[in-house]
Design a protein around this ligand. Structure first.
Ligand SMILES: Cc1ncc(COP(=O)(O)O)c(C=O)c1O
Length: 424
């Protein structure tokens, strides 16, 4: 009997699964694009294990970097102390982010990177004795599972038990087409009481890989800037090449003031959140008054092993090979979309960089759409992990995926759609 069979799975509370009937698949190892299960299956991880694993699983270079770092120093307090892996990472990130970014703040995950951004934006106004109370967000937004990040996101079935405890946020419509509705609403509600405007740039991930135009976001940011409102780009999902450029904001003319980064930053190895902050915000905290400091810090802030993984991942990401892989995946998706023959059940096919999404028509459209399980099961029976967002099938692969593997995914999507058409 193997170790996992002896372990009592009943002890574990898995996320996003009903407790009754939850039968997680036991994984033995993961390598490259594949997850190898205890019962001998080899499953293609077409969603990079919740969008984190940009170079594939168990990459030798990242493995080595973590091993070397662990032998030197696994963890050290980051208040009053520092270390080279964090310094190196901050230098790399600063080179890639707009020149206006002054400092890099470390935390633990995507939600905390957003939490830090919101707190900084609020305290920025507080420190200047000009408190501003309003935050603007996009309808459909998802920014994480902590209270602050839930507050600045769409109220939905997941937030329902907590809605009464979340702080109020003003929402503008998701920017469809030329985004006029969103722009009009933004102009209507923004005021000198608006502390921040938060958005997932160009692609709303959890909402079902919903995509919108850089020109619209540029205009929204311009309106916010006229009001000196702090613009927070949540690049937790879109960062590190996902949209075809290093950051989705690289498609914009106007730079946001704060970037939230996580997921791909360590190559999907270790948890890490980064909040990159504009110098003009930093300066409001850089004062003699101790009470104006930013009192926020997590135990594992800038964990050296996570920084070492991130440095190795960033090195890989910046290689010509990896940049070419990103362009190759983007071109492959574009060709598939061009040749795609929609069936009656398809509402839309869309892509941006390495992200491809096929949205199905559904009366109960959304995360809990009843078609979700049928999609998941269809692909899992074929050893393809394509965990749909409700009625949206999507691919967000590790950059090492081959053209052949991409074709396998497209063919499987085509077959699923035909199957759906025939057995509707
Ligand atoms: C845009 C965005 N922000 C924040 C988060 C939260 O990140 P984490 O799950 O690491 O807390 C996610 C997670 O999917 C995300 O997509």
């Amino acid at each position: 009997m193997n170790l996992l069979e002896q372990t009592d799975q009943a002890n574990i509370w898995h996320p996003f699964s009903p407790l009754a009937g939850n039968k997680p698949i036991a994984v033995k190892k993961a390598k490259g694009v594949y997850i190898h299960t205890m019962d001998g299956r080899k499953i293609m991880d077409a969603i990079s294990s919740w969008w984190v694993n940009i170079h594939g699983h168990s990459h030798p270079r990242i493995n080595k970097a973590i091993g070397r770092q662990a032998a030197k120093m696994e963890q050290v307090i980051f208040a009053g102390f520092t270390h080279k892996p964090a310094v190196d990472l901050s230098k790399t990130l600063k080179k890639l982010l707009p020149d206006s970014i002054g400092k890099i703040f470390f935390s633990d995950n995507g939600s905390t990177s957003v939490e830090v951004a919101i707190k900084l934006a609020i305290q920025y106004w507080y420190n200047q004795d000009k408190p501003r109370r309003k935050i603007i967000a996009l309808e459909g937004a998802y920014h994480g599972d902590t209270f602050g990040s839930m507050s600045v996101a769409e109220r939905n079935i997941f937030s329902a038990p907590f809605n009464d405890f979340l702080f109020e946020v003003a929402f503008i419509p998701f920017p469809q087409g030329d985004g006029q509705e969103a722009i009009t609403k933004m102009k209507e509600i923004i005021s000198d009481d608006t502390a921040a405007f938060i958005f997932e740039p160009l692609v709303q991930g959890a909402a079902g890989m919903q995509m919108y135009a850089p020109e619209v976001l540029d205009e929204l940011i311009a309106i916010a800037k006229e009001n000196e409102t702090i613009c927070i780009a949540d690049e937790v999902m879109t960062g590190f090449g996902r949209t075809g450029k290093m950051f989705a904001c690289d498609y914009l003319q106007n730079d946001p003031d704060i970037f939230c980064l996580s997921k791909g930053i360590t190559g999907g190895y270790l948890p890490m959140g980064v909040t990159a902050v504009n110098q003009h915000i930093v300066e409001v905290f850089d004062v003699a008054d101790r009470l104006k400091a930013f009192f926020h810090g997590h135990s594992y802030t800038a964990n050296p092993m996570a920084c070492a993984a991130a440095n190795a991942s960033m090195k890989l990401l910046l290689t010509k090979k990896c940049q070419e892989d990103i362009q190759r995946i983007e071109a492959s998706h574009a060709t598939y979309v061009e040749q795609f023959k929609p069936t009656d059940q398809v509402l839309e096919i869309r892509h941006r960089g390495t992200i491809l999404a096929v949205e199905l028509k559904a009366e109960d459209a959304g995360y809990t759409s009843s078609i979700k399980e049928r999609i998941y099961d269809y692909f899992m029976e074929r050893n393809l992990l394509l965990r749909p967002l409700g009625n949206v099938i999507y691919i967000i692969p590790p950059y090492v995926i081959t053209n052949q593997e991409l074709q396998k995914l497209y063919t499987a999507i085509d077959s699923f759609l035909i199957d759906l058409q025939n057995n509707h």
